[in-house]
Design a protein around this ligand. Structure first.
Ligand code: G
Ligand code: MN
Length: 282
């Protein structure tokens, strides 16, 4: 299910991947990956915790190595730190994501949604909302099928106008890695937030640490009051999924439901999704 390059695939895995020098390095890395079609939109399932139905995928960027048979690398977090590189990645991955969604809708999976990360660099450029509107129209996709995730490195206060512009074209807004970066409780009131994604660092010890559990509980309660849906990231076990469901968390994402995978594997998984697979054992 992990598709090419997933752990367990038998492909060689590199050590931790880093951009070694600076912004110029990051940009040339992205430019050569683009020119060689090595930048790929991978999909990680987002699942409704109440019934284990498939809701959406979060698109994650993976860079394939020039040599075949090497684990694709995940530099997403680092690329977002370099404006030029991040804007190039955003544009390409947005196009691929919408292309993939249009193909899945065309195969009869009309209710499936997609969630795409956006960097501060793209929000700054202001043309992102126009680019998104044009791309949605070209693919015949309703804006309400698409969520834009504001990543934790975005200073949401400085980009309030750009975030409202996205809301105005009809896409949904998610605050990513909630609780770790710039996004805080204040923004839940001041921004048009549809989803809060609870950072996986809060989820990992939820079954053993009562403080983490109390934080999650309060956050879920707050989002419910505000009419915002909660998404728990980094769910790795059935116990975590069941606990979060019982706490009222709406949607789950993490290795328990599936790792990020290439489009072909995602398409096959969507076509054969079986909610009963995740049923707890009695
Ligand atoms: O911080 P954030 O959750 O946005 O990071 C996304 C990255 O986390 C992805 O690149 C993905 O590979 C990884 N990831 C996704 N699900 C899990 C999970 O269940 N456990 C861990 N440890 N990492 C995950
Ligand atoms: Mn994200």
């Amino acid at each position: 299910m992990d598709g090419k390059g997933g752990p367990g695939s038998g492909l060689p895995v590199r050590g931790p991947a880093v951009i070694r020098h600076d912004a110029a390095d990051a940009k040339s890395l992205v430019q050569s990956a683009l020119a060689e079609h090595r930048l790929h939109a991978y999909h990680q399932p987002n699942v409704v915790l109440g019934d284990n139905g498939l809701f959406a995928s979060e698109v994650l960027t993976r860079i394939h190595s020039p040599s075949d048979g090497v684990e694709p690398i995940d530099l997403e977090k680092q690329l977002f730190l370099f404006d030029d590189a991040a804007a190039l990645v955003d544009g390409e991955i947005l196009q691929q994501s919408l292309d993939h969604l249009a193909r899945l809708h065309g195969l009869g999976m009309e209710r499936l949604q997609v969630s795409v990360n956006v960097s501060a660099a793209s929000l700054c450029r202001r043309t992102y909302a126009e680019q998104l509107t044009a791309a949605l129209a070209a693919k015949g996709i309703s804006p309400s099928s698409v969520t834009i995730e504001i990543v934790e490195t975005v200073n949401v206060e400085a980009h309030r106008k750009a975030i409202w512009d996205l809301h105005d074209i009809g896409v949904r807004i998610a605050l990513d890695d909630f609780g770790t970066g710039y996004a805080n409780l204040f923004h839940l009131k001041r921004l048009p937030v549809d989803f809060v994604k609870i950072d996986r660092r809060f989820i990992s010890r939820i079954c053993s640490d009562s403080s983490d559990r109390a934080i999650i509980d309060a956050l879920i309660g707050l989002t419910k009051t505000l009419g915002i849906q909660s998404i728990a990231e980094g769910i790795e076990t059935a116990e975590q999924a069941a606990l979060l469901r019982d706490m009222g968390c709406d949607i789950g994402q993490g290795y328990f439901f599936g790792k990020a995978m290439p489009f072909e594997a995602w398409r096959d998984l969507v076509a054969t999704w079986n909610p009963l697979r995740f049923k707890e054992s009695p």
